[in-house]
Design a protein around this ligand. Sequence first.
Ligand code: PGA
Length: 249
Amino acid sequence: MKSIVVANWKMNPGSMKEAKKLFEATKKAADVSRNVTIIVAPPAIFLRELSGAYKGKKLSFAIQNAHFERDGTHTGENSLAQAADAKAQYVIVGHAERRAAGETNEDTEKKVVAALAQKMTPILCVGETTRSHDGEHFDYVREQLAVALSQVPPAKLSKILIAYEPVWAIGAVAPMTPRDMHEMTIFIRKAIVDQHGQAGMNIRILYGGSIDETNALNMVRDGDVHGLLVGRASTDAKKFASLVQSLNV
Ligand code: PGA
């Protein structure tokens, strides 16, 4: 099965020139990969120029965040229609760094609905900030999923990607173990089936947090995930190429 790799560049790199260079390397990695679908999420300001120059079919684009309203008085924001017009087919919703800046579960719900209406695929990020022994993190993630997906009809669930990113593993030294991810994958699927019925079985789940070329394959193999959301390693051309290569099995 093909894995999905989302390259979340976050607020990097510092110039269009560097962005083009990184994109060239990312494109090369995509061109030689057989088993990987790459989704590049550059800073919004670089999106149109990168997507406009890209003629291939091996890679698609995401916007890292977008507003749920169609237009209006939202200084500093980009709309989903604008993102789609710049050829983004995906939108990251509820990334931990956006949630830390105030994005709520209700915001993610509106963004998911707006993205589907725009025929874009939301990449819904969920994940607890900390873990204790009493399993509170399960309730936390269940609530994130319940609110964000509350307005989604069962038939649309297959149009959504869930990215489970435990906040404590983002920007950390190591990811969570594939075994723990496997448990989380089962939990997420069950939570969605409980809420939406059997259609929830088709939901695609990604893992994110400290993935690099050394641990990507294990996570995909043993974590029971459809792919990965990659931060730091996606802005290092060499690391990213070997990460993608490692999944070419
Ligand atoms: P990281 O970031 O790969 O640098 O840990 C992942 C993310 O925030 O999506």
